[in-house]
Write a protein that binds this ligand. Structure first.
Ligand SMILES: Cc1ncc(COP(=O)(O)O)c(C=O)c1O
Length: 490
């Protein structure tokens, strides 16, 4: 064994303890560190401190580098130094540059954090290092299936929905639309998996406020971004106009795909899923629902109506690294047609055995090998159950509402849409240029992180609540910082 590997193996308990201490220090410092450090925001390159470059690292607990290895001048591939050197260099050079995205005032994108149980589950995922894709070594995929069953219950989906873990909502949308593509082939009497997408002819994918990842998925799947045909929205809303959708279906003249949106990124608007499912009775399309974070409305009795009808979908996308608060990366893909899914993703090889009635996970997603991604979700669901996760969702919704009310009270700001669920979309009351909004976001970034958008014809900012740590105090702190940042604008 290489001497540095042998040295690390010999000191594994001590080194993992040091790693644990560093993780705890990072988490303990979340409230104090800038939410977005200046250097990260400016995009400056990660300099390699001269001391580390020369010495090859060194552990603050005195471990040092057993062989004195280091990185060549100019930041090339380091010669080594063992785990102590890697820990020291990470702590010195990279960790200070990281954002507090695990913390309570990171409102950019829709990010989420990691509950204590999810974090523990994720640590153990690396420790047990399973490749859960085959019944030849089945425990991992049994655990994934148990977790999928719990998620199905959480979102009120029936047992007709089969689920698989994927890396994120983009991949979940891609898998759902790949199954839709196969279904189009079934309707037209061609086998897309065998003969390719050319056998299908032009494809139409109708959607109101589709997320950008849907166009990306269509590009990946060979259907092309222009297959996505935008359907008009209801006035002043991001939800699809069901009457306009019906007209588009009537004109489409063949089987098509409808992507319904359950939770849009700017204003968290919801298509009327039941009305769309009713249209399917007449027009016979594949209904895919992008419920990346909107599916979590099902956990709040006050908001569950927003996702009524989700179970009627043919395929459903739900992200888990967002509102379930498991670490990146994790999402789930549900479908009523696992047979078509296996037709698309079948990976025939003698050592994998036949598909059978319950195909192994290797046959169900673009990945063959994958980590035991479900374990973090299993841990958080096992630890907190429905009520714990409902509490997170409801606290986040209340936080978004409170920030929305604060925005309305702050001189110089304008709320652009009602706070329907967990996102606050706002702009400057006067002269709302993209530059001034960027300056506003930068002025806020030490205290809270928000991301830019465009809504109602205006540049805007959005604050998305999805972290389990966010409290009323964080909302007050964010509102105060926002008011100050507006006053500081030239
Ligand atoms: C509605 C919706 N769909 C899809 C995605 C893509 O998610 P991911 O970044 O996990 O691939 C997002 C991300 O914000 C989203 O909000």
């Amino acid at each position: 064994m290489h001497p540095e590997l042998a040295a690390d193996l010999g000191r594994l308990p001590e080194l993992l303890e040091e790693t644990r201490q560093r993780a705890l220090a990072f988490l303990g410092g979340l409230d104090g560190r800038p939410v977005l450090p200046q250097a990260a925001a400016s995009g400056a390159g990660p300099g390699r401190p001269a001391r580390l470059a020369a010495a090859g690292g060194g552990s603050p607990t005195g471990g040092g580098s057993p062989t004195g290895g280091g990185s060549p001048a100019g930041g090339g591939l380091p010669a080594g130094g063992g785990l102590p050197a890697a820990l020291a260099e990470f702590a010195e050079r990279w960790e200070p540059r990281l954002s507090a995205s695990a913390g309570p005032r990171y409102f950019g994108f829709v990010t989420g954090g990691a509950t204590p149980a999810a974090l523990a589950g994720d640590w153990l995922t690396a420790a047990v290092d399973q490749n859960s894709n085959s019944s030849l070594d089945p425990a991992g995929q049994h655990l994934e299936r148990e977790t999928v069953g719990w998620l199905r219950e959480l979102f009120g989906l029936s047992e007709a929905h089969h689920g698989t873990f994927v890396s994120g909502a983009t991949m979940s949308n891609t898998v759902g639309l790949a199954i839709a593509r196969e279904w189009l082939g079934e309707r037209l009497g061609v086998d897309v998996a065998e003969d390719g997408v050319g056998a299908l002819g032009p494809v139409r994918v109708l959607s109101g406020g589709a997320h950008s990842s849907v166009a990306k998925a269509l590009s990946v799947l060979g259907l092309g971004r222009t297959a996505l045909r935008p359907v008009p929205l209801l006035p002043g809303r991001e939800a699809v106009d069901a009457a306009a959708l019906e007209r588009a279906l009537a004109e489409s003249g063949g089987p098509c795909v409808v992507v319904a949106n359950a939770g849009t990124v700017n204003t968290v608007d919801f298509d009327d899923l039941r009305a769309i499912a009713e249209l399917r009775e007449r027009y016979g399309f594949w209904l895919h629902v992008d419920a990346a974070f909107g599916a979590f409305a099902a956990l709040s009795p006050e908001h569950a109506e927003l996702v009524a009808g989700l179970d009627l979908a043919d395929s459903v996308c739900v992200d888990l690294h967002k509102w379930l608060n498991v670490p990146y990366d994790s999402a789930v893909q549900f479908t009523r047609r696992p047979d078509l899914q296996a037709r698309v993703f079948r990976n025939s090889a003698a050592y994998l055995g036949p598909l059978g009635e319950h195909p192994d996970l290797v046959h169900l997603t673009p990945e063959n090998s994958h980590r035991l991604r479900a374990l973090a979700a299993w841990f958080t669901l096992r630890a907190y159950g429905r009520s714990g996760h409902r509490e997170i969702v409801e606290r986040n919704i209340a936080g978004a509402r409170a920030l929305g009310e604060a925005v309305e009270r702050i001189d110089g700001l304008r709320l652009l849409a009602p706070v329907r669920l967990n996102v606050v979309c706002f702009t400057l009351a006067a002269d709302p240029t993209a530059e001034r909004l960027a300056a506003l976001a930068a002025g806020l970034a030490e205290e809270a992180f928000v991301t830019p958008t465009h809504y109602a014809g205006l540049p805007a900012l959005r604050a998305a609540f999805s972290n389990w740590r966010t409290t009323e105090a964080d909302v007050r702190r964010t509102a105060a910082a926002l008011a100050q940042a507006v006053r500081n604008l030239p």
